[in-house]
Design a protein around this ligand. Sequence first.
Ligand code: FE2
Length: 283
Amino acid sequence: MDDVGANEPGAADGTRSPRLVGRKTVLRAALAATAAIPVALMGGPALARTLTAGGTAPGLTPPCDDGDDPTPEQIEGPYFKPRSPERTSLLEPGMPGTPLTVTGYVFGRACRPLTGVLLDFWQADTNGAYDNTGFRLRGHQYTGSQGSFALTTIVPGLYPGRTRHLHVKVQAPGRSVLTTQLYFPNEPRNTTDTIFDPRLVMTVRDAGGGREAAFDFVLDVPQDPGPGPTPTDTPPGGTWVVGLTYRAGDRVTYAGRAYTCLQPHTAQPGWEPPAVPALWRAA
Ligand SMILES: [Fe+2]
């Protein structure tokens, strides 16, 4: 492996914030829900669905809720190459590895989606090696009109000194570049990799022999917050129903018990209120 021992520099360069990750307020969840309706339609990328060995859900990917927490920066590392091909799939015939999709949205400071945002991904192969001569497992794409992106690739392998991660540069038109990394939950090395930042952990679940990950970026791009929910909006209530879109603060009953919605999402089978404490709190 040609990059063995090539640990990325800057592990203690102060790029990591000491702020602990935690559930942020949902004061503007209704606004976020308005902007992020496609998120709900896709099944809720911000949901923490991967359970730990102990059966407890990890912390949520920080939602875009209050406009003051852009996605943290991370070091670029030694393997970035400019002029990657434009493509949403990095898969190539015969490429070994566990299939991985990464989907999400790019928001500005007002939690409204940003279109035409460049996302340039690069990563190690399943053996932990980067292609530094060609463009294997490198590619860029742009967010569409809804601010969404979708990457098809493989789960990156481990290499010495680092936990499992993807590299990405994110740039809105005419704005500065955000260079960062995305991480996987429940990785043993997350606790020893000094570059790791829990705010950059994706929501990941197993699916069809592969893995589905989700992450929403928040760029430091000022935005008009736009119209909020109108007073005529009537929150859904009554009995919990699959397919209904709930907003933070909505109250339902399930199996005779009352629950309050904690974050916007569209109800799906398996997401019954008692089963997903990340979404519903017993009232
Ligand atoms: Fe890396």
